[in-house]
Write a protein that binds this ligand. Structure first.
Ligand SMILES: C=C(O[C@H]1C=CC=C(C(=O)O)[C@@H]1O)C(=O)O
Length: 384
């Protein structure tokens, strides 16, 4: 099966995931499973897959299922599932799709206020005994015409030949679409892998500046601190499930077409095969890549300082099969698409060494993944 065909067949409401190794299209919903307790949901999914018409359950976990109003995890057992190999080079031959310019862009909160929230967070980290918190902001884009998530997905897949490029149906007919660099967890047999990311610099069209940005990130003490908090937390969360765990001491420089990051590949050997990829994803989430350390105090600070609900941003997207294998990516570099509007999200890790202005610029740079896929003029969203 050709991955380009799966991309062309994707329709709103379907589940789509393209990675460096495979492409999955889940169409329709034979069974829908929702819940605010992810560990219990993992059990229900395991039972439901026992006599399901298709081999996987796929969907999204929210940032915080206990948030006001309740944002439930949503998985479906699709009516039909098709698999293909990696999307590139097959999708290269497809033309780009037109998305259209928004009529209005509203930052939530305004950039200046986000920088103030970062300064506030830096002060409160010490007061509350936090090592790190991740603060995000959003941009609301309104369009005169209906927005087509299939067009945005199409361009995201073309632009991003690595990473985890996804679309998933949300309650209320909305769609979460994005391209995340970050693997929360994959399980295949008894092998588990996580590839946490923290520490960022923008890519540049100028090769010299681009290389310098990567080198500056590798040399940045602040970014290594931000990353170490994350890598330690992921290793500690995986350790109880593994009879062997390999967590390198130093991160490596990794890249997307728009950002440089620090990443650590953590691998383990699962002790108990009854623990599925979804159980493990639920146990790891929320990591300090998108929440903070310690988790509960960081989550409280996020709720106090961010003037919006994260919903499915900073959650997870992926699939699990009847054997318990599966793959879950962190839902960053994404947008939630409604009928004629969409909300873009971007966040960054704050540690005592963080600078508010630099953090604001970092979120602007992170919007570029979606901005490029929407065909917005380069740097246009940076104004907001
Ligand atoms: C929270 C986001 O990115 C995370 C992943 C990579 C680098 C990050 C950072 O350097 O702050 C964040 O932890 C986001 O893109 O919204």
């Amino acid at each position: 099966m050709d991955a380009a065909r799966l991309l062309e067949d994707y329709a709103r409401g379907d589940f789509f995931l393209a990675t460096a190794h495979r492409t999955i299209l889940g169409s329709g919903a034979a069974t829908e499973l929702t819940g605010t307790d992810e560990a219990r949901l993992a059990e229900r999914v395991r039972r439901a897959l026992g006599d399901a018409p298709t081999p996987i359950a796929a969907g999204v976990l929210p940032f915080d299922s206990a948030a006001d109003g309740g944002t439930p995890a949503r998985l479906v057992i699709p009516e039909g599932v098709r698999f293909a190999g990696r999307p590139h080079p097959a999708v290269d031959r497809l033309p780009r799709r037109h998305v259209g310019l928004p009529e209005r862009v509203t930052p939530v909160p305004e950039g200046r206020r986000h920088a103030e929230a970062v300064a506030d967070a830096v002060r409160r980290l010490g007061e509350r005994g936090l090592r790190k918190v991740v603060l995000a902001r959003a941009l609301d884009l309104e369009f005169a015409e209906p927005v087509r998530p299939e067009a945005i997905l199409h361009n995201l897949v073309k632009d991003n030949d690595r990473g985890y490029t996804f679309a998933a149906g949300l309650p209320g007919g909305r769609t979460l679409v994005g391209s995340s660099p970050e693997l929360l967890l994959s399980r295949q047999g008894d092998r588990v892998v996580s590839h946490p990311h923290a520490g960022s610099m923008p890519r540049s069209a100028d090769p010299v500046t681009d290389r310098q940005n990567g080198e500056a990130l590798l040399a940045s003490r602040k970014d290594h601190i931000e990353h170490a908090v994350l890598a330690e937390a992921v290793a500690e969360a995986l350790r109880p499930f593994c009879r062997k765990l390999d967590a390198p001491e130093k991160p490596e420089l990794v890249s997307t077409p728009t950002m440089w990051h620090l990443g650590t590949t953590i691998t383990g050997e699962l002790a108990d095969r009854d623990v599925t990829a979804l159980h493990l994803a639920a146990a790891l989430h929320p990591t300090p890549a998108i929440c903070g350390t310690p988790t509960e105090s960081a989550r409280e600070l996020v709720t106090e300082l961010e003037p919006f609900e994260r919903g499915y941003y900073a959650g997870a997207v992926g699939w699990v099969d009847a054997e318990g294998d599966g793959e879950w990516a962190v839902t960053i570099r994404c947008a939630e698409v409604a009928e004629r509007s969409l909300r873009l999200y971007a966040g960054g890790g704050i540690v005592p060494e963080s600078d508010p202005g630099a953090e604001l610029d970092e979120t602007s740079a992170k919007f570029a993944t979606l901005a490029e896929a929407m065909g917005l003029p380069r740097g246009w969203l940076a104004e907001f």
